[in-house]
Design a protein around this ligand. Structure first.
Ligand code: AMP
Ligand code: FE
Ligand code: FE
Ligand code: ZN
Length: 292
C-alpha cells in the first residue's frame, strides 16, 4: 500500500481559515503550511466547505497535499462535540442541509449573545460583522475579535476566559445534531469521521466513552488523540477505547492562524493512518502535488 502513497509528511489534519474562525484565507493557510514544512494539510473549517477550491489551487502551487475536510458541530446535551469529516461529497444533499441548519442557528445565536453583551458593554452586531468574512461560519471567535477591537478584551483567549465564558452569563448554545447523526451523515456522504479533541477538560469525554460502541458501528474512523487540549489522563483512557473498538488515532494542530496559540504541525498523524483514511473516503479526493 505504501508503494502507491502519493502524499508526504509531516501530516496535519485539522486547520481553520477565515471561511470559519481562522485568521488567514485558505490560500494563505496552505502557503503557511508549506512554509512550516508540512507535506500534507487538511482544511477543516467549521460547518463549511467553502474554502476547498481556493485551498486546492494553493496546494498545487505549493507542492503539498490537501485533504479536504470540515469540522462538523454536534452536541450531546449542553456539551458541544466536534466531528472532523474528511473526503466526503461536498454536494451531498442531506449533509448540506444539516450544515446549513447549523450555520443559520450559529448566526442567530451569535446575534442573541451580542444583544445580551450589549446591555453591559458597548458592542453591537456591526462590530461583529466588521470582524467576519462575508459568508463565514460565525462563532464566538468573531465576537471575541469585536470585543478586542472595542477594547473590552486583550485578545481572543482573554475574551473566551471572560465575557464569552459560559459562566459569564452571556453564553448561549446553538442547534447542532447528535454526534451519531453527524457520523451517519458523513459516512452516507462518502466521508471519514473522526472525533476532534475528545479528551478535553470537560465531562463529555466520559459521556462519549459510553456511546463509542454505537459510533464505531455507525462507521466512526478515529479519535484525534494528539491535540494540545486533550488531557494526558484522557488520552490514556481513549487509547484503550480506540483499541477496543478498532478506531485509528490522529494528531493535529487545530491551527487558527493568529486566533489561537496552536502552531501548524505541533501534532501530526502517522502516514499509515492517512493511508487508511484515504482508502475509506469515497466522496471526494485528496489534491496531490503534480507528479515529478
Ligand atoms: P463556538 O463554536 O462559537 O462556541 O466557539 C468555539 C470556537 O472558539 C472553537 O472552535 C475554538 O476554535 C474557538 N476557541 C475556543 N477557545 C478559544 C480560545 N481560548 N482562544 C481562541 N479561540 C478559542
Ligand atoms: Fe474554531
Ligand atoms: Fe474543535
Ligand atoms: Zn477546530
Amino acid at each position: 500500500m505504501s508503494s502507491d502513497r502519493r502524499f508526504r509528511g509531516p501530516i496535519d489534519l485539522h486547520t481553520h481559515s477565515r471561511v470559519s474562525d481562522g485568521t488567514e484565507s485558505p490560500s494563505e493557510l496552505v502557503t503557511a503550511a508549506a512554509v512550516a514544512g508540512l507535506g500534507t494539510v487538511a482544511l477543516t473549517d467549521h460547518d463549511s466547505t467553502a474554502g476547498w477550491a481556493e485551498a486546492g489551487v494553493a496546494a498545487v502551487e505549493n507542492g503539498i497535499t490537501l485533504i479536504p475536510g470540515m469540522e462538523l458541530s454536534t452536541r450531546v446535551g449542553w456539551a458541544s462535540v466536534h466531528l472532523l469529516a474528511y473526503l466526503f461529497d461536498p454536494a451531498d444533499a442531506a449533509l448540506l442541509a444539516e450544515t446549513e441548519r447549523i450555520r443559520v442557528a450559529r448566526l442567530l445565536r451569535a446575534e442573541e449573545m451580542v444583544e445580551r453583551i450589549g446591555h453591559d458593554y458597548a458592542l453591537d452586531w456591526d462590530d461583529v460583522l466588521g470582524q467576519t468574512n462575508p459568508g463565514a461560519t460565525v462563532g464566538r471567535p468573531h465576537i471575541a475579535d469585536a470585543l478586542v477591537a472595542r477594547g473590552h478584551a486583550l485578545d481572543r483567549s482573554a475574551a473566551f476566559a471572560g465575557i464569552l465564558h459560559w459562566k459569564a452569563g452571556y453564553y448561549q448554545p446553538h442547534y447542532a445534531p447528535d454526534p451519531l447523526l453527524g457520523i451517519q451523515l458523513v459516512v452516507a456522504a462518502g466521508g471519514v469521521p473522526v472525533i476532534a479533541h475528545p479528551a478535553t477538560r470537560s465531562r463529555t469525554d466520559v459521556e462519549l466513552e459510553s456511546r463509542m460502541a454505537a459510533y464505531a458501528d455507525a462507521g466512526l474512523f478515529g479519535l484525534e488523540i494528539d491535540h494540545r487540549e486533550n488531557t494526558d489522563e484522557g488520552k490514556e483512557r481513549l487509547r484503550r477505547v480506540a483499541e477496543r473498538y478498532g478506531l485509528r488515532l490522529t494528531g493535529s494542530s487545530d491551527y487558527h492562524g493568529a486566533g489561537k496559540p496552536n502552531r501548524l504541525g505541533e501534532n501530526t498523524t502517522a502516514p499509515e493512518v492517512l493511508d487508511a483514511l484515504i482508502e475509506r473516503g469515497t466522496g471526494s479526493a485528496p489534491v496531490y502535488p503534480a507528479a515529478r
